[in-house]
Design a protein around this ligand. Structure first.
Ligand SMILES: [Zn+2]
Length: 55
């Protein structure tokens, strides 16, 4: 699972496909909420605010 900014979305998808050998599902963070999960404040690849969830 990756939480990324728009700049790193393609990088996260590439990583995901490499690790899991299948295409990920994409969600916009402001359109989903998980009761037991606190959205990270930063992208997994840089210090910007994340926008997408790649799972
Ligand atoms: Zn980023």
């Amino acid at each position: 699972m990756y939480v990324v900014c728009p700049d790193h979305l393609s990088e996260a998808i590439d990583d995901f496909v490499e690790v899991y050998e299948q295409p990920p599902d994409l969600y916009e963070l402001d359109k989903v909420s998980f009761t037991d999960w606190i959205t990270p404040n930063t992208c997994d690849f840089c210090d910007k605010g994340p926008k997408y969830l790649v799972v």
